[in-house]
Ligand binder design. Sequence first.
Ligand code: ATR
Length: 311
Amino acid sequence: MEEKNVYTLEDLRDWKTATAGLEKPIRLAVFGDPVEHSASPLMHNAALEQMGQAYRYARVHVKPDELEEAIKLAGENDFLGVNLTLPHKNSALRLVGEVDDQARKLGAINTVLFEHGESIGFNTDGPGFVRAIRSEFYVDVKDLRVLVLGAGGAGRAIAVQCALERCAGLILANRTLEKAERLAQEVAPYFESERLEGPGDRLQVVPWTNDRIAAVLGSVDLVVNATSVGLRRSDPPVLPAAILLPHLMVYDTIYVQRLTRLCMAAQEAGARWANGFSMLLWQGVLALEIWLDRDAPVEVMRQALKETLGV
Ligand code: ATR
């Protein structure tokens, strides 16, 4: 029998029949809705092959109201673990037996490990961001003054991770100001220091206008686009080249093209830039390391992901 491109909850309910005759059993998967475009299987299967592991990673289409049962069935069907993608990252927190401390702080799970009949939730998106910044720019987030654009799911994960790293400074900007303000309140405890300065010195919120953002860019090292602006090729760059400065590192979490509109603007301004490819890669590397408890073959995964995404 051929491996399916996408499995379903129905398949998980009778996994033996759904996967009968496969050369290698499926013991890892990504659950999402939608999931058919996930690039994770190719990246992970290339790594599993290279590591000599006799099992595979597949896609499973799991709707929100199916997630609880799907996680339970994966454990019963001898899965090593699963990745969770949209829209499951938050709701899964209460569906696993244990939650890793960092994942709890981030308020989201993207990786589940099944061990001794238990399910344990982890988050490799935040740590994946830190590894991506190190691999792209050879710097540590903790040493940087970071401007995060966007306070949705992605922006929240990145901002909280920056706070957990105790980064040198964090500025939040979001089209809907109140969302950035709420996020700032949430991370404020990480920026309180024993010195006389209040959190305000290292944590700021700026309104969503080019003028107000331009006014802080001189005191920022890293700009991160965590909005969805740039997902469509017709989108303008989230910030125009005219306000970007040559000393900046610009990281666009979007990876639909190699040179996203924001990366193009950064290049025009003489700034260093990178797209979200590396974050996708590192969250996968870290997930595989949690499941297998050994180093993952990063270069093999990078190559497979490159070929899959065509970037
Ligand atoms: P994700 O999980 O990718 O972060 P999301 O939670 O829907 O997705 O968040 C999308 C982010 O992109 C939000 O920060 C959103 O701003 P609002 O909170 O004001 O909605 C931002 N965004 C979407 N379209 C935008 C636009 N045209 N201009 C500026 N920001 C935009």
